[in-house]
Each structure stands twice: as C-alpha cells, then as structure tokens.
Design a protein around this ligand. Structure first.
Ligand code: ADP
Ligand code: F6P
Length: 483
C-alpha cells in the first residue's frame, strides 16, 4: 500500500529530556498545527527534526526517542548542534525568513551557513530516499527544505514530489538579492507541484523562475527537460470542526469545570461588564508586528481616553527562535513597552495590558478565543495567519470582531474582518473604536460568511486539494515537446 511521506523541519511534537525522561510537547506554528490534523487521519510517515541536538541526546535514550516518535508516526533526522546552528538558526532564520518577509536589513548572507543548509537538506532528502516505496508520495514543507525536491528527484526520478511554502514568496526584486537564488529555484523545481498560500506568492515565484532561470512558463506550468512542474495556490485552512467543537464544549461547561485562566477572565468580566478584551496571539517574531501593536494601543488610549479602564489588551507571545539576536532584541523591546505602558497608564483597579510569554495548552487557547470580544492580529507580513481563522471558528454565537492586517495571507479569505494597514495607527485606532461599538447584528453578518468559508475549505480539504492536484500532475507528466 502506498503512503504519504511528510517532510518538514519541525515535527508535530518536540522532544525534551527532563530528569532522564523523554517528554513530547506539541509543536506551535502553522505548519505543525495544520499538518497534524492531516497526519492523524491518513496513512503517512512524518520525517523531521526532533528538537534535540545529537549532543543533547544521551546514547542510551536513542532507542526510547525513536520509539516515542514512532508512537506519533514520526521518524527523526538527527542533527548536531553545529548543523542546527548553521541550518536552522543560521540560513533558515537569519537569511531566508527575514528576506522572504521583506525584512531585507535583517538578512545575512553567510557562505558557511549556506553550506550547512545544503548539507542538512541533503540529509533530509536521503532520509526520504531510504524510506520511500515506488508508489509513495512525498510532500515537502517550507523554507527550511527548499533544496530537497531536486535532491530527491535526482535519486528517485519516478517519485511524486510536492512542495508547499508556508511563508510568503517575495517579489523578484527582493528575491534576486539572494546570492544562492538560482540554486533555490532549481531545488524547488524538483517538485511536480509547488504550492503557495496565495496567488501573489505564486506570481512572484513564477516571475523569478522566468527572469532568473529563463525558463518557459505557460500560465502556471514550467516546462523542464522531460517533465512539467506545476505551480498553484492553496490557502491553508484550519481544523474547523476541532475548534468549533472545542468552543461548543467550552460553552456547555458547568460552573467549577473551567480552567484557572477562564475563572480569572470571568471574574474580570463580572466586575466590569462593559469592559472589552482585545486579544493578540503570535509567536514572538518581528514579522508579527507585536511592538507596533503595543505602540498603536498606547496611541488609541491617548486618542480615546474615555476607553481607559474599559478595555484590556491580552498579549500572548510564544517563545520562538530565541538564539537569533533580532528575536532577543524584540523580546526586550516588548518587555519594556509593556512595562512602560502599564507603568504610565495603570490605575489601582486597571492594568491595560496582560502579557503572557509562553506556550499554552489547547484548552487555554480556546478560553482566550471565546472570551475576547476583539481579536487584534496585525502582522507586518505573514504567509497566512491561522490564528485569525481559529478565532473566527470558535465564535459559535457569531459575536466578536476580527481586526486583521491586510499584509496577512488570511486577509484574502477573511475580507469581512476589519482590515487595516499595520503601519497606520490612525486607521487602527478607528478600527478599535468601530469594533468596540459594532452592533451584534453586524458582528454576526460579518462572521457568518467567514465561518462558512472556513468550514468549507478546512485543512483536510486543503490537503486533499493539494494531493489531488499533485497526483493529476504526475499522471499528465509526459515529456514536453515545444511547439
Ligand atoms: P506561525 O505559523 O507563523 O506561527 P500561524 O498563526 O499561522 O503563525 O500559526 C500559529 C499556530 O500556533 C496556530 O495554530 C495557533 O493555534 C498555535 N499557537 C499560537 N499561540 C499558541 C500558544 N500560546 N500556545 C499553543 N499554540 C499556539
Ligand atoms: O508556518 C511558518 C513556520 O515558520 C513553520 O515553518 C514553523 O514550523 C513555524 O512557523 C514555527 O517556527 P519554528 O519551527 O522555527 O519554531
């Protein structure tokens, strides 16, 4: 029987060793949370990095680690500390991530990191080659593994290979600044199907292929020697049912069954019934616009002082990539901003910002989604932003307002939200004011069509569409004859 091999840097669980015992923690991030639902339902093997370096892995626990991962349908690619530094913290997150999100000034072009990136991509490709049967389908994910499709193709030309990019693909003018731009494009073109979240990312990619490699592009097909690679957009969905059902369970909870967090939220709501909670949830990442959001909140409270003591911003920032200097600096900036704004504006009965720097259990995420009147998600640049979709899915009574950056891929599908430019504080302040005063009927009228759309095109449908398209592509893959 054929299976799907999913390949990504992050596995759905991250391993840690605590007091000689292995702990498996669910991974955070769109790729892991989205693909987890697909992996659970299907016949698949997921290959990736366990989150532990070789140096952190005691030899006598190797077997237990493999067993723990096998329990989740996963297989590890083992990486040394040096490899993780060059490949993950280095080329992936100090070169590609900033460049692809238009933070050119953060992007470093280090030959040594590129070489490690290439070598680690080869390791992932070799792991696939070892595991894949003739009929298997290989699905490679994200910017950490851009070279893998071609590396697998060279060794196993007959395999069906798909690739999906979970972050934006930048415009040609940005992408061309990368010294290894052609190698990256050739790496991707090893796939039969290359998927992006939006049509814009797809267009940028095709433009780079045309201009940098001089290849013939026919609509969304690229003609290569002996085969055709297809490019298409597949906006990633969420596990709508899971979020909706969790929210319904949550609503049906008896008194005393709530979490501590929910109890606290309820207490505050009861003491000031007219108060509104704004919710902001992201990995702590400079692309998410968290520092700007804090400054915009301060601006809003200056412009509309009558909202002081009536609104509260709940910021949840998940620790991420803290070995990269920009992330450490950002953490410091956010700590200082929260401290300053709270210090300047708090009263004895009101703290404007509640700030959590941690990962939360799924049930606590649901507490926040369902308790907050307004979700305020304003990335400066974001491939998709699944949090926005999750918030809408949990609003089972159709109340709630989503304020969303137009720079997030999700804005294409969530156009009934209040869409704002994250750099325009005036517009943001007005959107917050509008959200606070939005009549319930208008909230429902905006949320209902978004919910319908999210339900119809959920993560399962997304994966199925991608797979169907990949298999169809493979079938029609006859040698191309130029007319
Ligand atoms: P990214 O992939 O850039 O991190 P997304 O918004 O697309 O951004 O995806 C983030 C995912 O991580 C969502 O599925 C969300 O539920 C999950 N998540 C975000 N914050 C937390 C948290 N504090 N604890 C657990 N999971 C979280
Ligand atoms: O969704 C984009 C993404 O970069 C994934 O590739 C990644 O798994 C996730 O965000 C979280 O980042 P990281 O794996 O670096 O913790």
């Amino acid at each position: 029987m054929s299976k799907t091999i999913i390949l990504s840097n992050r596995l759905p669980v991250q391993l840690r060793i605590s007091e000689g015992r292995i702990e498996a923690i669910p991974s955070v991030g769109g790729l892991a949370t989205g693909m987890k639902s697909v992996h659970q339902d299907g016949e698949s093997l997921w290959i990736g990095w366990s989150g532990l370096t070789r140096e952190e892995t005691p030899g006598d626990l190797e077997g237990d680690i493999d067993k723990a991962l096998a329990g989740h349908g996963c297989l590890k690619v083992s990486l040394s500390r040096e490899e993780v530094d060059g490949f993950y913290f280095g080329f992936s997150n100090r070169t590609l991530w900033p460049l692809f999100h238009y933070f050119m000034e953060y992007s470093e072009f280090e030959l040594a990191n590129w070489e490690v990136y290439e070598a680690v991509n080869r390791k992932f490709a070799d792991a696939v080659v070892e595991e894949a049967g003739e009929e298997d389908v290989v699905w490679v994910h994200d910017y950490q593994l851009l070279l893998v499709p071609e590396m697998v193709r060279q060794q196993r030309p007959g395999l069906s290979i798909g690739f999906f990019l979970h972050i934006p693909f930048p415009s040609f003018e940005i992408f061309r600044t990368l010294p290894w731009r052609k190698e990256i494009l050739r790496g991707l073109l090893g796939a039969d199907l290359i998927g992006f979240h939006t049509y814009d990312y797809e267009r940028h990619f095709l433009s780079s292929v045309r201009r940098l490699l001089g290849l013939e592009v026919n609509f969304n097909e690229i003609h290569l020697e002996g085969r055709v690679a297809k490019v298409d957009s597949f906006p990633m969905g969420i596990d709508y049912k899971k979020f909706r059902e969790a929210a319904l369970r949550h609503a049906a909870m008896e008194e005393g069954e709530e979490s501590d967090l929910q109890r606290r939220l309820n207490l505050h709501k009861a003491s000031t019934p007219e108060a509104k909670f704004f919710l902001s949830i992201d990995r702590l990442d400079y692309t998410k616009g968290i520092a700007k959001r804090l400054k915009a909140f301060e601006y809003f409270l200056q412009k509309y002082p009558h909202y002081r003591e009536k609104v509260r911003l709940i910021i949840l920032a998940v620790p991420s990539r803290s070995k990269v200097p920009q992330y450490r600096r950002l953490k410091k900036e956010i700590d200082e901003l929260v401290g300053r704004i709270n210090g300047e504006l708090s009263t004895v009965s009101w703290t404007p910002i509640w700030y959590f720097y941690r990962s939360l259990e799924f049930e606590n995420l649901i507490d926040l989604y369902t308790s907050c009147d307004i979700a305020w998600l304003t990335p400066i640049r974001d491939g998709m932003n699944l949090v926005a979709k999750e918030y809408i899915a949990t609003r089972t009574d159709q109340s709630g307002v989503l304020i969303l950056s137009e720079m997030a891929g999700a804005a294409n599908e969530l156009h009934e939200a209040l869409l704002i430019n994250p750099n325009n504080f005036e517009q943001i302040a007005q959107a917050l004011d509008q959200a606070i005063n939005m009549p319930p009927e208008e909230q429902a009228a905006r949320n209902a069509p978004m919910q319908k759309r999210l339900e119809r095109y959920d993560v399962e449908k997304w994966a199925q569409d991608f797979m169907d398209s990949l298999l169809a592509q493979k079938k029609q893959d006859a040698p191309y004859v130029a007319s």
